[in-house]
Design a protein around this ligand. Structure first.
Ligand SMILES: [Zn+2]
Length: 422
């Protein structure tokens, strides 16, 4: 009888566990309507232990979720200064047909133009609009009321990356792109100090300001940046690319920034050989092309980033360590102007659109909601705690109202949605 009672208890526990996923009311139903005579006889006892069982179920589920997250990996990629307009609607008709910004207009229309915004965005970002739209989430299409903005008032790179990784703007101290060591703690260094992450957090960037932005010295994590990415191996891997680019476009960006191909190759090689828990890869070609006034190169840089992201995702899904345990998070540091073609080249406080950004994610814990069309307002400062929660940790916001973007890692019914308008 003792064994039978234990068996019943176990069955009841798992019934209650399954019911709890449907809500607290369903747990009650099990106790009220189970047909077993044993349960009928012992209903009083079960009613007494119900709160204990419910707590046990809750703790069991929380523990399972924590364990799953503890084996989770994260790759974050940013496309510097890339606009939401091209992410959601593809190539811009004015910039694409203006020979000032796109000298080979016929060739580029062949590459990137199509009749509808949906077709145009898929030509520019096949990986984003097939794999991520099918299995992940995309935020920031303002045409459907889905807003993502920076909260800082600067609207350029260092303040944007500071907000993204430290969880809060700091306009009083971070108001320039000068390479000053960031006084604010960022989520990557915080995780790098935690058990299970030690020396397993790494960053790669095309722009050489990142060792200062992420405060590499204090963070004790490697930040490979600019021409540091030009190792022997990556040079070999990208030799063909460089010869082609040099022939087509002359010299690369100024000394402070390397071509993204180097950063991508260096990061891929590191992921393959060292399997970091968290890797951040900051691409920069899009912003450099825009400042230089080359809309053709801006589109090419985005298209090449999309192709590399597709290859990266394939690698992650075929690697035994990363497969089914890795989230890919994509975003940008700031937007750009849009009121006139000329304004697209620029971004800073006062240029309309420069505070508007976007966000995308794909991974085993991310519900496949595709393009999010629900009106809502997200901010860049929410990304830091989202990063921590994606890998089963926390990064306490300095302001209580700044919450992680829960729809990225919870089922919609369990996530608290932020619907307030900006
Ligand atoms: Zn810029």
């Amino acid at each position: 009888m003792k064994i039978y009672a234990t068996l019943c208890f176990t069955v009841l526990f798992f019934h209650a566990l399954a019911a709890q996923k449907r809500g607290p009311a369903a747990v009650g139903e099990i106790f009220a309507a189970h047909p077993s005579t044993v349960f009928q006889q012992h209903r009083l006892h079960f009613a007494q232990i119900r709160p204990v069982l419910t707590t046990l179920c809750r703790q069991y589920r929380a523990q399972t979720q924590r364990e799953a997250a503890a084996q989770h990996y994260l790759v974050i990629v940013t496309l510097d200064g890339f606009r939401w307009q091209e992410i959601f609607a593809g190539a811009d008709s004015l910039l694409l047909s203006d020979p000032v910004y796109t000298p080979d207009t016929a060739i580029y229309k062949d590459c990137y133009w199509a009749a509808t915004p949906a077709q145009r965005r898929e030509r520019l970002f096949p990986f984003l609009w097939t794999t991520i739209a099918g299995q992940g989430q995309l935020y920031g299409n303002r045409l459907v009321g889905n807003y993502v903005n920076v909260a800082n008032k600067m609207w350029f790179s260092y303040p944007g990356y500071n907000e993204m990784f430290t969880g809060q703007p700091d306009d009083a101290r971070i108001f320039t792109n000068v390479k000053l060591a960031n006084p604010n703690e960022n989520v990557l260094e915080c995780l790098n100090r935690k058990q299970g992450f030690g020396n397993k957090v790494v960053a790669f960037s095309s722009w050489d300001a990142f060792p200062a932005i992420l405060n590499e010295k204090r963070a004790c994590m490697p930040v490979f940046s600019g021409n540091e990415n030009r190792t022997k191996k990556t040079q070999q891997a990208t030799l063909g690319y460089y010869q082609q680019r040099k022939a087509e476009r002359g010299k690369p960006w100024p000394q402070k920034e390397c071509f993204d191909a180097l950063t991508q190759a260096a990061a891929t090689e590191y992921l393959r050989n060292h399997h970091p828990r968290i890797a951040y890869i900051a691409l920069g070609d899009t912003d450099e092309a825009a400042h230089a006034g080359h809309y053709d190169r801006y589109l090419d840089a985005a298209r090449e980033a999309d192709q590399w992201l597709g290859e990266l995702w394939d690698f992650l899904q075929n690697d035994p360590t990363y497969r089914n345990r890795t989230t890919l998070l994509l975003t940008t540091d700031h937007g750009r102007g849009y009121e006139t073609p000329r304004q697209w080249r620029r971004h800073r406080a006062g240029i309309c659109g420069a505070d508007q950004i976007w966000l995308a994610a794909i991974g085993p814990n991310t519900p496949p909601l595709g393009e999010i069309k629900q009106p809502m307002q997200l901010h860049q400062q929410q990304i830091a705690s989202t990063i921590a929660q994606l890998v089963g940790s926390t990064f306490p916001a300095r302001q209580a109202e700044i919450r992680a973007i829960e729809t990225i890692f919870r089922k919609p019914a369990e996530a608290r949605l932020i619907t307030a308008k900006h």
